[in-house]
Design a protein around this ligand. Structure first.
Ligand SMILES: C[S@@+](CC[C@H](N)C(=O)[O-])C[C@H]1O[C@@H](n2cnc3c(N)ncnc32)[C@H](O)[C@@H]1O
Length: 300
């Protein structure tokens, strides 16, 4: 019978070998981490348990499941899709190939968005444009609920849009799991087309992580082979969705709304120009932990 230690080493060796011979960029892949995360999932224990109980023998069906999931990773399927889950902002999100896997840098959008709310906010409109799994809006809503209580959410109208019906199906799974279905309207549209937005709120906030990769740009094999193209690519310079975002939200910006969105490396200069063109003044940029301009904030 195989022990936890046997399987740990087996998984690591198999994946290290595949990545070494087939990966586009070896530094991007971590066979030890992937093998351990998959093992924790099948054993239903955390890493500390796996390390401490290395000699524990595993049932045949657990070994079989582990090997099946490793086979999928050997084909470069992202671990989050294999497990059907990704932790983001302390929440476990359901994910599959219909949505982008939430990335840690997007947590900055949430941190900034939360700064816009306080106890005195009497009415608000919050809209997540390109909601995908719901990572942004559900994290904001969850945190508002934790800070101010669930009744606080009654002060607002909360909307999530996506051009992909498939993505909205995944969003509705996460929305329902977290218990927010009745509080958030999910709309299948291009950016905010057709939305009715009242000007009478004390806060009007748009948040987004739009697609921003240049058409044709090469991405790691597990991204390009599995994640939805509508969630990634956005025209020759990667800025098409951001142009549309500015075009459709700028009228609201002129009446006091705010927009916070994520963008890609080296896009700040282009975005600065787009924002000035639409609202007549420069946005504020924030850097991520790697020191790269990553978040754009427009509006008062
Ligand atoms: C980069 S993903 C972000 C998903 C999620 N917000 C997150 O941060 O993990 C971009 C999302 O925008 C959606 N999208 C792309 N173009 C759009 C458009 N013109 N209008 C609305 N949604 C769009 C995609 O379907 C995708 O779900």
């Amino acid at each position: 019978m195989a022990t936890i230690e046997d399987l740990r080493n087996y998984g690591y060796r198999i994946l290290a070998d595949v990545f070494k011979t087939q990966a586009d960029n070896l530094a991007y892949y971590d066979p030890r981490l992937d093998a351990d995360v998959i093992l924790q999932f099948v054993v239903k224990k955390d890493l500390a348990y796996i390390i401490i109980n290395a000699e524990e023998e595993l049932e045949e069906n657990v070994v079989r499941q582990y090997k099946e999931l490793l086979d999928r990773r050997k084909l470069f399927e992202p671990v989050a899709y294999i497990l059907g889950q990704k932790e983001f902002y302390g929440i476990n999100f359901y994910v599959d190939k219909r949505v982008l896997i939430p990335r840690p840098e997007t947590e900055l959008v949430i941190d900034q968005a939360l700064k816009c709310f306080n106890k005195e906010t009497s009415s608000f409109f919050l809209c997540d444009i390109g909601v995908g799994s719901g990572a942004i809006v559900l994290s904001i809503v969850h945190e508002l609920c934790r800070r101010f209580g669930r009744d606080y959410l009654q002060r607002g109208k909360i909307v999530a849009t996506d051009i992909s019906e498939d993505a909205l199906s995944v969003f509705s799974i996460n929305c329902s799991r977290l218990g927010y279905t009745s509080l958030i309207s999910a709309i299948n549209t291009n950016i905010i087309q057709g939305l009715e937005i009242s000007k009478n709120n004390s806060l009007c906030l748009f948040v987004s992580n739009p697609p921003y990769v240049m058409d044709g740009q090469q991405l790691a094999r597990d991204i390009s082979g599995y994640e939805p193209t509508t969630a990634l690519y956005s025209g020759p310079d990667g800025l098409d969705a951001i142009r549309a975002l500015m075009q459709q939200t700028s009228a609201h910006m002129n009446s006091g709304a705010k927009l916070i969105f994520e963008f890609g490396e080296s896009q700040a200069t282009g975005i600065n120009g787009i924002v000035i063109e639409h609202v007549g003044k420069e946005p504020v940029f924030l850097k991520d932990l790697a020191g790269i301009n990553r978040i754009c904030m427009v509006g008062s």
